[in-house]
Design a protein around this ligand. Structure first.
Ligand SMILES: Cc1cc2nc3c(=O)[nH]c(=O)nc-3n(C[C@H](O)[C@H](O)[C@H](O)COP(=O)(O)OP(=O)(O)OC[C@H]3O[C@@H](n4cnc5c(N)ncnc54)[C@H](O)[C@@H]3O)c2cc1C
Length: 447
C-alpha cells in the first residue's frame, strides 16, 4: 500500500490527493454529451474538417434514446412530407438497413432497437474520426480567457480530473453542463413549473397484435385510454403517486412481443440537484412494478407482460437553455416564420407535459416550424454553441423542437457551424452561408 502511494506521488504531474487535473488535452471542437444532438454535432464538426473530441457520461451514445429508452424518434415528416434530412436521416436509414428501425411510417416517427442505435451511432462517430471519451463527464466551471471565451473545461473520469482545451465548445448535455455557468444559460421554467420526469421501461410477453396503441399504427394520439383509466384508479387508491400517458409503443424496441412504456412520472425543479433527481428516480423505480401490475390487470394484451429492462437514467424533459442571440418566440414559430438562418424544420406537435398532474397539452402545428442558427449560438461567449434540449426557445416552441429528429438536426447545424471559420467570433459568422452549407450536405432547411 505504502509502496503504491509512493509510486503515484513520483509520477510527473500527478500529486497524490491533488484536486488538480492530471493532464491537459487539446482539441479543435469539443462536444459535451453524446445524445441525439451531441453525437450528430460531433460527426458534423468532424466531417467539416475539425479535430473533434466528444465526452459522454455513459459508455455509449444515444442519451435519452438509449440510456433513457425513449422512442420513437419523432418527427421526420410534416403532413406526409419529410422535413429532416442530413445526418439524422442517414443514421436512421443505416439502422433500418440492419433491421433495427422502421423508417417508412407516414407521420415520420421512427421506432428502433436501442442496441442498433448504439452500434450505428458509434460506427458513424468512429468513421468520422471523432475522439470519443466515454464514461467521462464535464464538471465544474469552464475556464475563461480574457476576452470571455471558454479556454478549457474539466472532465472527470471515475472521479479523476483532466483539463481539456478547445477552440470551440458545443453543449449537448441537456442539463447545461457548460451553459449552466457564467450566466451562459438559465433554467427554462420557474421553480415548480418544469415538465415532469419519466422513467421508461421495456416489457416482454406482450400480445403486440392485440395491443391497440403501437406506434406501428403510427397513431399520433398513441396514448392508451383504458390503461390510463386503470392508472387513474391506482393513483386515487394510493397505489402510485402519479403517472403520465401511458404510452406503450414500439419506440426503443421493434420486436414482436415487446413494447417500450412511458408511464411513470415525478416532478423535479432542478434535475442537476442530486437530492431532487435521487428522490424522483427512486419513486419512479419503486412504482414500476405496480404500474406493470395495473397494466396486466387492465388489458388482456399485457396479461403475461414482464419487465425486460428499465432505463439506466430517468428522462427529464427540460432543464436549462442557452442564452442565445435569438430565443425562438411562440408567435413566430406558430405562424411558420422562416428566417434566412433557418437550419432545421420542426414538425412535432407542441407537446407539453403539465407539472403536478397526469395531463399532457398537445397542440398540432398548422405550419412547419423553423429553428434558426441564432438560437444555438451564445450571445455571451464567442466560442460557445448549444444543440438539442438546450436550444433557446419559449416553452411552446420548445415543446415541439425538443424531440429527437429535431435535436439531431440542431446538432448537425451546431457541429457544422463550429467547424466553420475556426478562430472567428461565432456570433459574427455568416449564418445564412452556414444554412446553405447544411442544405448542400443534405439537411432540410427550407420547406
Ligand atoms: C420521458 C421522455 C419521453 C420522450 N419521448 C420522446 C419521444 O417519444 N420521441 C422523441 O423524439 N423524443 C422524446 N423525448 C424527447 C427527447 O428524448 C429529448 O428531448 C432528446 O433526447 C434530447 O436530446 P439531447 O441530445 O439534447 O439530450 P439527451 O438525449 O438528454 O442527451 C444528453 C447526453 O449528454 C450526456 N451528459 C449529460 N451531462 C453530461 C456531462 N456533464 N458530461 C458529459 N455528458 C453528459 C447524457 O449522458 C446524455 O447522453 C422524450 C423525453 C423524455 C424525457
Amino acid at each position: 500500500m505504502g509502496a503504491l502511494a509512493g509510486a503515484a506521488a513520483l509520477r510527473p504531474g500527478v500529486a497524490a490527493g491533488s484536486p488538480e487535473p492530471r493532464r491537459t488535452l487539446r482539441t479543435g471542437v469539443f462536444v459535451a454529451g453524446a445524445g441525439p444532438a451531441g453525437f450528430v454535432a460531433a460527426i458534423a464538426a468532424a466531417r467539416g474538417g475539425s479535430r473533434v473530441t466528444l465526452a459522454e457520461t455513459f459508455g455509449f451514445p444515444g442519451g435519452m434514446a438509449t440510456a433513457g429508452l425513449v422512442g420513437p424518434i419523432s418527427k421526420f415528416n410534416f403532413a406526409g412530407r419529410r422535413v429532416v434530412g442530413g445526418i439524422a436521416w442517414e443514421f436512421v436509414e443505416r439502422m433500418a438497413s440492419l433491421g433495427g428501425a422502421i423508417t417508412d411510417l407516414p407521420k415520420g416517427n421512427v421506432p428502433f432497437e436501442a442496441e442498433t442505435y448504439r452500434r450505428v451511432a458509434r460506427e458513424m462517430l468512429e468513421e468520422a474520426g471523432v475522439e470519443c471519451l466515454w464514461q467521462t463527464q464535464v464538471c465544474g466551471e469552464p475556464e475563461l480567457s480574457g476576452d470571455g471565451a471558454i479556454r478549457a473545461v474539466t472532465l472527470s473520469t471515475g472521479g479523476f480530473l483532466t483539463r481539456l482545451e478547445a477552440d470551440r465548445f458545443i453543449d449537448c448535455t441537456a442539463s447545461g453542463a457548460i451553459v449552466g455557468h457564467h450566466g451562459f444559460g438559465a433554467f427554462r421554467s420557474a421553480r415548480g413549473a418544469a415538465q415532469p420526469l419519466s422513467l421508461c421501461f421495456i416489457l416482454g410477453g406482450v400480445d403486440t397484435e392485440k395491443a391497440r396503441v403501437l406506434v406501428r399504427n403510427d397513431n399520433e394520439r398513441s396514448r392508451n385510454p383504458a390503461l390510463g383509466k386503470a392508472l387513474e384508479k391506482a393513483m386515487a387508491s394510493g397505489r402510485i403517486r402519479s403517472f403520465g400517458g401511458p404510452w406503450a409503443v414500439w419506440g426503443s424496441t421493434i420486436r414482436p412481443g415487446f413494447v417500450s412504456v412511458n408511464a411513470t412520472r415525478a416532478e423535479a425543479s432542478d434535475v442537476t440537484d442530486p437530492l431532487e433527481i435521487a428522490s424522483a428516480t427512486a419513486r419512479m423505480r419503486r412504482e414500476i412494478p405496480t404500474v406493470i401490475d395495473v397494466m396486466r390487470e387492465a388489458d388482456d394484451a399485457f396479461r403475461n407482460a414482464y419487465l425486460v429492462q428499465s432505463a439506466a437514467a430517468a428522462g427529464f424533459r427540460e432543464c436549462r437553455e442557452i442564452a442565445a442571440l435569438h430565443r425562438v418566440a411562440a408567435h413566430e414559430f406558430v405562424a411558420g416564420v422562416h428566417p434566412d438562418d433557418t437550419i432545421a424544420i420542426a414538425a412535432h406537435p407542441m407537446d407539453r407535459h403539465i407539472a403536478g398532474t397526469s395531463a399532457q397539452s398537445l397542440t398540432f402545428l398548422e405550419h412547419p416550424g423553423a429553428i434558426p442558427l441564432s438560437a444555438l449560438v451564445s450571445a455571451k461567449c464567442p466560442n460557445l454553441f448549444a444543440a438539442g434540449a438546450l436550444v433557446a426557445a419559449a416553452p411552446e416552441p420548445f415543446a415541439s423542437i425538443r424531440v429527437q429528429a429535431q435535436c439531431m438536426a440542431t446538432g448537425e447545424a451546431a457541429g457544422t457551424a463550429a467547424a466553420f471559420k475556426p478562430g472567428e467570433d461565432a456570433r459574427r459568422l455568416d449564418f445564412a452561408a452556414i444554412a446553405r452549407r447544411l442544405a448542400r450536405q443534405g439537411a432540410i432547411v427550407k420547406v
